[in-house]
Design a protein around this ligand. Structure first.
Ligand code: PLP
Length: 393
C-alpha cells in the first residue's frame, strides 16, 4: 500500500539532499568542533556554515543562533532563560506544551503567569497583551503559528508592545519555519524557537534565536559551547542537516513550492466541503500557515476517522502529536470556544514538501465514504437524522 503522509506538523521526512549533506559528518568527516586538529576544524567550519544558513532564514546574525536539541529545548531555554522568581510572564492558552508546561513549572518556583484567551478564530488580541502587562512582567511568550490549526498570531503587533514596555518577547516559530517568511527584526522578538524535524531536517536538532544583548541563563551547564549558552558537544550531523533544511526552506518560499502546497490544501478543503455535509474548517477565517487544515466532521470522532484513514494508508492527526492518544481533547480547539464535541470530532491534515497532488486525490477518494460509515454507526447521528436503529446482524 502506498502511504499518504499528511501529518507533517508532527514530523517531516528528511529530504534526500539533507541526508546527503549530513552523511559525511557521521562517517568520513566526523569530528568534535572543539578539537583543534583538522577534523575538529572541519567540523567547526560545518557548524559555522549551518549557523549562517539558519541566520539567513531568520534574518539575524549568525552569532545570535544557539543550536539546541529541538523545539522543546528551545522553548524551555527561552522561557526559563530570562525570568527569575517573582517574574510575571504573559503567554496564551494555545501554546505548545513546551511553553505551557514550562510556565506551569515557573509558577511552582515563584513566578506568576497570565494565560491569554484566544477568539473563535484562535487569535490572541494584542490589546489583551498590553492590558496584561504589570511592573513585574519579564517575558511575553506567544507563538507565531499554531501547530493544530495553523493560525498565525499578530506577532509584529505584540513585538511592538513588548519593545514599548521593555519586556523580553519570545515567539515559538516551530510551525512557521519553512512555511512563512520569518524576519526577527520585523517581528521585534528577542527570542525565537525553531525545530529541524518540522521542516525536513532530522528529529533532535533545532535552534533558538537570541538577540544580541539578551541575558540568558543556560539550562545546560558544562563546556563553553554555543558561547556558554548551551553546553555539550554539538550534534554536528544534525546541525548540518538543519542548515541544509534552512537553505531549502528559504528557496521554497521563493520558488513557488510553498504556494503549491497552499493550493493543494485549499483544494482539499474545498472538495471536502463540497462532498461532505456538516463539516467546518477550524480557524479558517484568519491567516494560517499554508500547509495546515483542521476540519470538524460532525458526529465523527476524530480518532475513529484517523484510524479508518490509517487503514487506507493515509496518516493524519487528531490533535497535537504530543497530546494525541492522551484522551484529552485539544486545548487549542477548546480555547477557541469550539466545545468538547467539536474538539473531539476534528482532524488535522498537514502537508509537506514530499506530498503530491495525487495525495489529495487519494484522501478525497476515500474520505466521504469513511465519514458516512462512521456517521451511520453513530446512534447520535441516526437519532438526529431520524433514522431507524441499525438492524441486529
Ligand atoms: C509549536 C510547537 N512548539 C514546539 C514543539 C516541540 O518541538 P520538538 O518536537 O522539536 O521538541 C512542537 C512540536 O510539535 C510544536 O509544534
Amino acid at each position: 500500500m502506498n502511504m499518504v503522509y499528511l501529518d507533517n506538523n508532527a514530523t517531516t521526512a528528511v529530504l534526500p539532499a539533507i541526508v546527503q549533506a549530513m552523511t559525511p559528518y557521521f562517517t568520513t568527516a566526523f569530528g568534535n568542533p572543539s578539537a583543534i586538529h583538522q577534523r575538529g576544524v572541519a567540523a567547526r567550519a560545518a557548524l559555522d556554515k549551518a549557523r549562517q544558513a539558519v541566520a539567513g532564514l531568520l534574518g539575524c546574525q549568525a552569532a545570535e543562533i544557539v543550536f539546541t536539541s529541538g523545539g522543546t529545548e528551545g522553548d524551555n531555554l527561552a522561557v526559563f532563560g530570562v525570568v527569575k522568581p517573582g517574574s510575571h510572564i504573559i503567554t496564551s492558552a494555545i501554546e505548545h506544551h513546551a511553553v505551557l508546561n514550562s510556565c506551569r513549572r515557573l509558577e511552582q518556583i515563584g513566578c506568576s503567569v497570565t494565560r491569554l484567551p484566544v477568539d473563535g478564530r484562535g487569535v490572541v488580541d494584542p490589546d489583551a497583551v498590553r492590558h496584561a502587562l504589570r511592573p513585574a512582567t519579564a517575558l511575553i511568550s506567544i507563538m507565531m503559528a499554531n501547530n493544530e490549526t495553523g493560525t498565525v498570531q499578530p506577532v509584529e503587533d505584540i513585538g511592538r508592545i513588548a519593545a514599548e514596555a521593555d519586556v523580553w518577547f519570545h515567539t515559538d516559530a516551530v510551525q512557521a519555519a519553512g512555511k512563512l517568511a520569518i524576519d526577527v527584526n520585523r517581528i521585534g522578538c528577542d527570542l525565537l524557537t525553531i525545530s529541524g524535524h518540522k521542516f525536513h531536517a532530522p528529529q533532535g536538532v533545532g535552534a533558538l534565536f537570541v538577540r544580541r544583548g539578551t541575558p540568558l541563563h543556560p539550562l545546560m551547564h558544562g563546556g563553553p559551547q554555543e558561547q556558554g549558552r548551551r553546553a555539550g558537544t554539538e550534534n554536528v550531523p544534525g546541525i548540518v542537516g538543519l542548515g541544509k533544511a534552512a537553505e531549502i526552506a528559504a528557496d521554497g518560499l521563493q520558488d513557488g513550492s510553498v504556494a503549491r502546497i497552499a493550493a493543494w490544501r485549499d483544494r482539499l478543503e474545498a472538495a471536502i466541503h463540497d462532498a461532505i455535509a456538516d463539516v467546518a474548517i477550524n480557524g479558517a477565517s484568519t491567516s494560517r500557515v499554508p500547509n495546515t487544515t483542521n476540519i470538524f466532521f460532525d458526529y465523527v470522532p476524530g480518532e475513529a476517522l484517523l484510524l479508518a484513514l490509517d487503514k487506507e494508508g493515509i496518516a493524519v492527526s487528531a490533535g497535537a502529536a504530543c497530546s494525541a492518544g492522551s484522551g484529552a481533547s485539544s486545548h487549542v480547539l477548546t480555547a477557541m470556544g469550539l466545545g468538547e464535541m467539536r474538539a473531539r470530532c476534528s482532524l488535522r491534515f498537514s502537508l509537506g514538501k514530499q506530498n503530491r497532488e495525487e495525495d489529495v486525490d487519494a484522501v478525497l477518494a476515500v474520505l466521504p465514504g469513511l465519514v458516512q460509515r462512521l456517521r451511520d454507526a453513530s446512534p447520535l447521528y441516526r437519532r438526529a437524522m431520524a433514522l431507524s436503529p441499525v438492524p441486529a446482524p
